[in-house]
Design a protein around this ligand. Structure first.
Ligand SMILES: N[C@@H](CCC[C@H](N)C(=O)O)C(=O)O
Length: 277
């Protein structure tokens, strides 16, 4: 199997195109090849597949072998891959995801290569049970969650995949490894959850660090950045358009008042190509 190593702000993927459907052993391939010591090393394994609803279908398997419904950084990589490799000459195309339907992406191209990608990430889901959480509220804002005697407050948002956003004094210095895994697997979250720790720097700038479901600490999370902006608007802390700074760099996020959809703009990079043994 040929692969391409790509990343969006350091959230890295092994990208595979050319299969007609998701291989039966996709989960095993992900745990084997995403391993940073015994494999290629990546946060996820991404398949670019044929779609009957859109130009392409993206399936993403986390490094622990679980499938995610959506991935904001991977969808930008997929858009860059299909354009740069001549699988399409469109600079605006639709990519189907299993959790958020077909999403429109717009490529900013220079010298024949895609530089940045703007993605219509769809409307956020705010109903607590649908996110899913066990909290029957719509929306779920500042709900308590207790871990080892420490109480956090989270706002729940699904961008096709589930997120809980927690405000902390200094996201950049937060102990992700201590709290991330316990929150990810807390009984309040029946499908586990992606956890964002956010510090609002101004109404148009949020600093965020993420503990991802199925992948642990990553350098960036596109859906997490979208969820963080949505939560911060709901919480009255930010305007509808803001820069979300992550460990790997910045994403521009807008939650449109006109159509209720979230738009994400950011880079995608190709690192190298190889063949899986
Ligand atoms: N890194 C991603 C999200 C990947 C999926 C996530 N770990 C999940 O299980 O939902 C992004 O950029 O959105």
């Amino acid at each position: 199997m040929n692969f391409t190593k790509m990343h969006g702000l350091g959230n890295d993927f092994i990208v595979i195109a050319g299969e007609s459907r998701l291989p039966d052993n996709a989960s095993g391939l992900a745990t084997r090849y995403c391993n940073r010591n015994f494999g290629v090393g990546a946060d996820g394994l991404v398949f670019i597949l044929p779609s009957d609803k859109a130009d392409f279908l993206m399936r993403i398997i986390n490094s622990d072998g679980s499938e995610a419904e959506q991935c904001g950084n991977a969808i930008r990589c997929v858009a860059k891959y299909v354009y740069d490799n001549g699988l399409t000459d469109k600079t605006e195309l639709a990519i189907e995801t299993i959790g958020a339907g077909a999403q429109t992406v717009r490529l900013n191209v220079k010298d024949g290569k895609a530089l940045t990608v703007r993605v219509d990430m769809g409307a956020p889901i705010l109903d607590g049970l649908a996110v899913p959480t066990t909290v029957d509220e719509n929306p779920v804002i500042g709900h308590p969650v207790e871990v080892e005697g420490t109480e956090f407050r989270f706002t729940a948002v699904s961008m096709g995949n589930p997120h809980c956003v927690i405000y902390v004094d200094d996201a950049a210095d937060f102990d992700l490894h201590r709290w991330g895994p316990k929150l990810e697997t807390h009984p309040l979250f029946p499908k586990r959850i992606n956890v964002e720790f956010a510090t609002v720097l101004s109404r148009s700038h949020i600093d965020m660090r993420v503990w991802e479901r199925g992948a642990g600490p990553t350098l960036a999370c596109g859906t997490g950045a979208c969820a963080t902006l949505v939560a911060s608007v709901l919480d009255g802390k930010a305007d509808r358009s803001a820069v979300v700074s992550l460990k790997g760099g910045d994403l521009e996020i807008e939650w449109s008042e006109t159509d209720n959809r979230v738009y994400m703009t950011g880079p995608a990079e190709t690192v190298y190509r190889g063949v899986l043994a």
